[in-house]
Write a protein that binds this ligand. Structure first.
Ligand code: SF4
Length: 317
């Protein structure tokens, strides 16, 4: 969600040195992008270590800290850096630690505007960028690396990617057997293999999909870093997913992406890529934003495998 704001920041300061302080697992998302000159890994645990991490940055002489993170901790670390301009939203009791505490906008717009709006309200951007889509400019390089990885596994060049998990909770998950059915149907049509992606915690649901496939596939759950995952996803021909981080990555890579939505709001958190399509049922309780469904999960059970497969094939045309 922060990618459009970071791209806009680069547009505003074309020759600035932009360093991104990020937890190591997420750093790979930024590393290939033109807005990123430097990645600084941030992984302290105790409060003392966090303060020390900020203090260690004092000598770098940064001019401005922009907080694309809402927590009090982010403001505390920025304060410890003594960077003269510290800009972030006025929330979580952190206004006194910032030099520009920006009023939080009302909810309702797509979440990527939350970050763009911070730059706008802080006076850094005087207008919204013409193309605020969530986009990964490093897609071509990632695709080349991903094709090599698939070739090393003898998976061929035509791959259908599937992400059947959703870290937030089971309410967001479409049925594993339907992912398998729709992916198999599309893969058969394309002469493709299926690659299933997920975190280590999602291994079981990924294995369920793998077992139900009727075409050759490979389960990558728990076997990739974020950087490796981005490369493999970039090399897919098509992507089937729930509303999840992988959905945004596939869509940002410009892939034809079919996303099944139910419990969450596709208007505020939907994919923004040019070839992304949302499938959802108009059930009265959606979006509930719950982690677990308290009733019968009708928002998901009413979405057929055939509908997802046909939407994917139409999108490919
Ligand atoms: S309450 Fe409704 S929208 Fe929420 S998960 Fe259950 S069926 Fe879906």
């Amino acid at each position: 969600m922060s990618l459009p704001a970071l791209r806009a920041l680069r547009g505003r300061y074309p020759s600035a040195h932009i360093a991104i302080l990020a937890k190591p697992w997420v750093g790979d998302l930024y590393g290939r992008e033109p807005f990123c000159d430097e990645l600084i890994a941030y992984s302290p645990k105790s409060l003392g270590e966090k303060w020390a991490a900020g203090k260690a940055l004092r000598a770098r002489g940064f001019d401005m800290a922009i907080l694309l993170q809402n927590a009090f901790e982010a403001a505390l670390v920025a304060y410890a850096t003594r960077i003269p301009e510290r800009i972030g939203y006025a929330r979580d009791g952190r206004s006194l630690l910032l030099t520009k505490a920006v009023p939080v906008p009302k909810p309702g717009a797509h979440e990527r505007f939350y970050y763009l709006e911070l730059l706008h309200r802080a006076g850094i951007l005087d207008h919204m960028p013409e193309s605020p889509a969530i986009r990964l400019d490093g897609a071509a390089a990632a695709r080349a690396a991903g094709l090599e990885r698939f070739a090393a596994l003898e998976m061929g060049e035509v791959i259908v990617g599937v992400s059947p998990g959703a870290a937030y909770g089971s309410a967001k998950r479409w049925l594993p057997e339907r992912f398998a059915e729709s992916a198999s149907r599309v893969a058969l049509d394309l002469g493709a293999r299926v690659a299933i992606f997920g975190s280590a915690a999602e291994r079981d649901v990924c294995e369920e999909v793998a077992r139900a496939l009727t075409v050759p596939g490979h389960n990558f759950a728990g076997q990739t870093s974020l950087g490796e995952y981005i490369e493999l996803a970039a090399a897919c021909r098509l992507y089937l997913t729930n509303d999840s981080g992988p959905m945004h990555i596939a869509s940002a890579l410009g892939l034809p992406t079919v996303a099944v939505f139910g419990a969450t709001n596709h208007v505020t958190t939907g994919p923004t890529g040019p070839l992304a399509r949302v499938i959802r049922e108009n059930v009265e309780c959606s979006p509930c934003l719950k982690r677990e469904c308290p009733i019968d999960h009708r928002c998901m059970t009413r979405v057929s495998a055939e509908r997802v497969a046909l939407t994917a094939l139409e999108l490919l045309k």
